[in-house]
Design a binder for this molecule. Sequence first.
Ligand code: CP3
Length: 388
Amino acid sequence: TDYAFPALDSFPPLRNTALLDSANGTPPTALRTPPPIWIMRQAGRYLPEFQQVRRDHSFFTVCRTPELACEVTLQPIRRFDGLLDASIIFSDILVVPQAMGLDVQMLGGVGPHFPQPLADPADAQNRILDRKTDVFDELKYVYAAITKTRHGLEGKVPLIGFCAGPWTLFGYMVEGGGSKTWEKAKSWTYKHPDSAKALLHRIAQVSAEYLAHQVQAGAQLLQVFDTNADCLTPHGFDTFILPYLALLPKLVRARLAALDVPCPPMTVFAKGATLPAQLSALASLGYQTVGLDWTVTARYAREHTRATGVALQGNLDPSVLLGSRDAIKREVRTLTWGPDGFLTCAAEGVPGGWIVNLGHGITPGVDPEDARYFLERVRRECAKKSRD
Ligand code: CP3
């Protein structure tokens, strides 16, 4: 199939700029303008309309078919009409290892499966480092889905593009699937640190090219998901995670500048990287927003990112959505107007934008109407100007 990048002024004009305003650091504002809201994994198995599409098409078929990826991306926007301020393109982080030549399957009830994970440095040299990846050709189905979805959204809300953090992809490529301990990936860093660094560097280069292409296709904000940032030591984090997260915005910016395309705001979500030094390091990598998991308060995160003025994204515990309406109401209150909540800090004059989200993806067991209740409760609390 043919695909060419569109002229970026050919899309319907954006009518809801809340997300981009927050990410671009429009002042504290949580109190003056309502913060934007979206939900990580908002298109997914908790929606019956998604399950319906999945009955007829495999997971990667949905990813690879622009009409289906567009349809599924729009499902939560339609269902929660007016309550969501962003869409995120339906795809997966594992399309990048596929583009690099690895076979990846999605097994029902199991998750991702690589029949032939990387075995050792020689194997990685042969199958990854000595090979070239055509990032345009291998992933143009994603670019086509993004372009189609930008039209389908009709300017209602912006479209987020994404990729994984290099460490998270390295983990899957070496383990061959999800893991509790990630011990193959971790032992590789101890036994073969130079090989690990070469692989992480290559993954970052490919990912940066992929992100830049997503912008050329129409993505309006980019999020990097480093879901496995919680499994290394602090020193391991500094050695195998941080430098490669730093490389992404640098390379994306350089690529887009060369094309004369403006670089959109970027978000880094490094789950589990919540030590004070880790948060302040993440805040100074060149991303406009730092995503938070649910283990920290807004006050704590503001304290450790203050010097940089980044926006924060998060961070309701996704399990709250499984905990009854009462719990949702209570926990949203804590998130917003609790003693260490986002709005309490804003009311005290602590600067920085806020993008409301969960602290990780929404889980398949959530009743979509409970997700709606979450969105409504956030809007209700955000309409108040002080703790009452
Ligand atoms: O709505 C959105 O957020 C966009 C879609 C999206 C998916 N995966 C769809 C998906 C996004 C942003 C991802 C990112 C992703 N994929 C991450 C990082 C974010 C996170 O949640 O940690 C990771 C680690 C993956 C890898 C992955 N893909 C796993 C571990 C699994 C299986 C686990 C599970 O939840 O079942 C997937 C499959 C996957 N990706 C599904 C969806 C909707 C479910 C598969 C299905 O439909 O059968």
